[in-house]
Design a protein around this ligand. Sequence first.
Ligand code: SF4
Length: 511
Amino acid sequence: MVPSAVCPITDTLITDVVADLFYTATHQLPQDIFERLNSIYQLEVGENAREATRQILENAVKARQKQRPMCQDTGFPVVFVELGRQCPYQGDLAQAINQGVAKGYTEHYLRKSMVKDPVFDRTNTGDNTPAIIHTELVDGDHLKIMVEPKGTGSESMSALTMLKPSQGVDGIKQFILDAIFRAGANPCPPLLLGIGIGGTFEKAALMAKRALFDPVLDADALRQKADGGDPYAGLALELIQMVNETGIGTQGLGGVQMCIGVNIRTFATHIGALPVALNVQCHAARHAEAVIEADGTVTHLGQHIGTEARFDEASEAVNAHVVKLQTPVSAEQFAQLRAGDRVHISGTIYTARDAAHKRMMEAYEATGAFPFPMDNQIIYYVGPVPAMADEVIGPAGPTTAARMDKYAPFFLNHGLKAMIGKGYRSAEVIDAMKANGAVYMVGIGGAAVVIADSIKQCDVVAYPELGPEAVYRLQVENFPAIVAIDSQGNNIHEQGREAYRKRDLPADMAG
Ligand code: SF4
């Protein structure tokens, strides 16, 4: 054991390791996740879902090549620490970790998303701190740090229940299925499910989160474990099958693949309890880890994807059906678009998120004018990563459209003809779209680098103080999107599930 007086594990070392891990995690997808996404791509039969998976893979490769975040939401900073009981480190661990988060997010131009208070002061802390830190004492003299930039789109779809023991396995399956149907397209499927079963209320949730770091097994490996007598491997297999069978599919576009994997952790529990927690993880299943030995040696663990692209044979056939939209797009052209059409948009579009929508509404009510002409316009729901010196814009994938639902009818009634986001829309928004001949398109959630590549110019139009939430005018070339809901109310999210119900399914969809 190294005497603490000369301990080479310093706060500075921990800070540097944490900064580096967050940087790595945001642009390098773990190898097992990449392999599973590749299998999903190979097995998918739905055209739009297959194209979405192709874009997700292309995005992962580009993110690594450019060393830029694969998704614009660089997340809650979640950190698990395993601290060896004999580890000589005696510093201020929480402070060192928080300084590492601040350093990593600032030096590497990652988007900062943490606010000071959940209810009364939602001011951005400016450096993505504080981290959410979980520390566990383990055998040994090392210190292991595992980080996860956890996107809010999937975190917000997580759930916990306290079942009765008599509800057993069927109750667990129903709870997971209900949560997946509730989540739908919002958490950017394909999904990795972290599940905690047993313990107490908080233990189940913690296990579900921790399970996201476990290696993701494919169906063959799970089958082997199940055959070897592991009932939880059998349950994981069943859950994968059930999730795939929902027909929600990749990005809610239908198809037969939706599940990257199911990782289950368990713990003893009370005779009267059966706690079950589900932590939903989107396809940007980012994590990175390192071990710091007692002598200060740092070893980074886990393989990350190489740049080989084994998925690109697809897109020629797929892109043969793309509708080219050049702005200004006429009302007639918008009306002709149909749910399921793949489009490439070129020309001018505008960005706005919740805060900008609110301000634009207030501005209109006060002055009778918007910051840009709303007639026949396209608004993209996005909050990009800060741009680096040589970038037009940082990674810029779509954000959850439902957050704009309370504002959208107002803008549709004032000339807006198209919205681009991700996830579902409310009945009120769809009614307003039908009344105004408007469409809702989805970008591929998490394909932030691919989408940023289509943005050739970016200028602030209004509210610069909102940072990534300001209103921007974008000049785009072949911006890729899919019409999810057309002006007649046809909805691809519904069609996916309907098509599933009518389709002859492959015998084994677990992949
Ligand atoms: S892929 Fe989707 S859910 Fe995941 S972090 Fe990005 S926007 Fe959020």
